[in-house]
Design a protein around this ligand. Structure first.
Ligand SMILES: [Zn+2]
Ligand SMILES: [Zn+2]
Length: 342
């Protein structure tokens, strides 16, 4: 049975499940326009998720064939997974920010082997121990990995501009950090329940009521630019804070108000985390050693292999931020690279 929620003003959401994932589900939003319904994100590419999405659309009084367009907050498979299937069924366009479209294009051309060798090199440089690297050398991986052939979007979401949605005012707010091309979508219309504030914000993974989104490196096998995703994320948080939307419609969990309060909480969370990391960096540590010592939602020895890769990426994003702020530096000539507080 599809679970749908009416948010008022021609906006509904469908809870599309993410199989085997503690997040549980993606909230796919259905926004009425004068040309037909438009989706914000589509959900994970899985038969159960597809069935839930199509049943949800029926419960909303429409069908997947009627979809006019698909607006994607970012390229992750729990958001963009079903976009291709929706386009095949309806002829809808798919819109995405150029920086995430570049990742989609690269992913389609890269293939798992290039990806695994890139990850091996990166984790070696981060100081991963031999037993971890060995798992990347002889992977017992499934033949078809999810997310390796994402749909290529056909429209670009241009930051600051209104999307071409007849009868609606939906503006793209570029919020890099969680991914380089993440966008929030600002519905510049009076709140249907007259809540104070400026319209509503579809926040993707950028702003969630109870979860601090993963901020890692912008993993790119073909680009060694030293980016600062955590710095980007913190700037993006302040940008959406200034919008002061009346209500946030996130891609996971549930809709909420007090966006300013949530932004403050997240800024404070990252500040205290950076401070805690500086204390750990009293002695020189590799990114891997730092990840082992950081606070996670469970002890390091209980964190599975795949999640450790994500944790190390998050540790590195924090290290880059500290280096950029002048609060930490790399020790010269050390391989793997070690970092120490200044
Ligand atoms: Zn995401
Ligand atoms: Zn997500």
């Amino acid at each position: 049975m599809a679970q749908t929620v009416k948010h008022g003003g021609g906006v509904r959401s469908i809870k599309v499940p993410i199989p085997d994932n503690p997040l549980g589900h993606t909230l796919v939003y259905v926004v009425d326009t004068d040309r037909g319904p438009v989706l914000i994100d589509t959900g994970w590419d899985d038969p159960t998720s597809w069935d839930t999405l199509t049943a949800g659309l029926t419960a909303c009084g429409t069908t997947v064939e009627e979809i006019h367009g698909v607006v994607i907050t970012h390229h992750h498979p729990d958001h963009h997974g079903l976009s291709g299937a929706v386009r095949d069924a309806s002829g809808a366009w798919i819109a995405m920010h150029a920086a995430d479209t570049a990742i989609v294009r690269r992913t389609r051309g890269t293939g798992p082997d290039r990806w695994f060798s890139y990850m091996r090199d990166r984790l070696t440089a981060a100081g991963a121990p031999e037993e971890h690297l060995a798992l990347l050398r002889t992977p017992t991986r499934p033949r078809a990995l999810p997310g390796f052939s994402p749909a290529l979007p056909d429209r670009e979401i241009v930051p600051g501009e209104l999307l071409d949605l007849p009868g609606r005012r939906l503006r793209a707010i570029w919020t890099p950090g969680h991914t380089p091309g993440h966008v929030c979508l600002h519905l510049e219309e009076v709140h249907p329940a007259q809540l104070a504030g400026h319209g509503r914000l579809f926040s993707g993974d950028h702003l969630l009521p109870e979860i601090s989104p993963h901020i890692g490196l912008y993993e790119d096998p073909d680009d060694d630019t030293v980016t600062d995703p955590l710095g980007d994320y913190l700037d993006s948080l302040e940008r959406v804070g200034r919008l002061s939307p009346a209500e946030i419609l996130p891609a996971h969990q549930y809709a909420f108000t007090d966006s300013a309060g949530r932004v403050r909480e997240l800024l404070a969370h990252h500040e205290s985390r950076l401070t805690a990391l500086l204390a750990l960096l009293a002695e020189p540590l590799t990114a891997w050693q730092l990840a082992e010592r950081m606070q996670w939602n469970r002890p390091w020895d209980q964190i599975p292999f795949g999640s450790r890769n994500i944790a190390v990426s998050e540790a590195e994003a924090h290290l880059r931020r500290l280096v950029k702020l002048g609060r930490a530096e790399t020790a010269t000539g050390s391989a793997p690279v070690t970092y120490v507080a200044v």
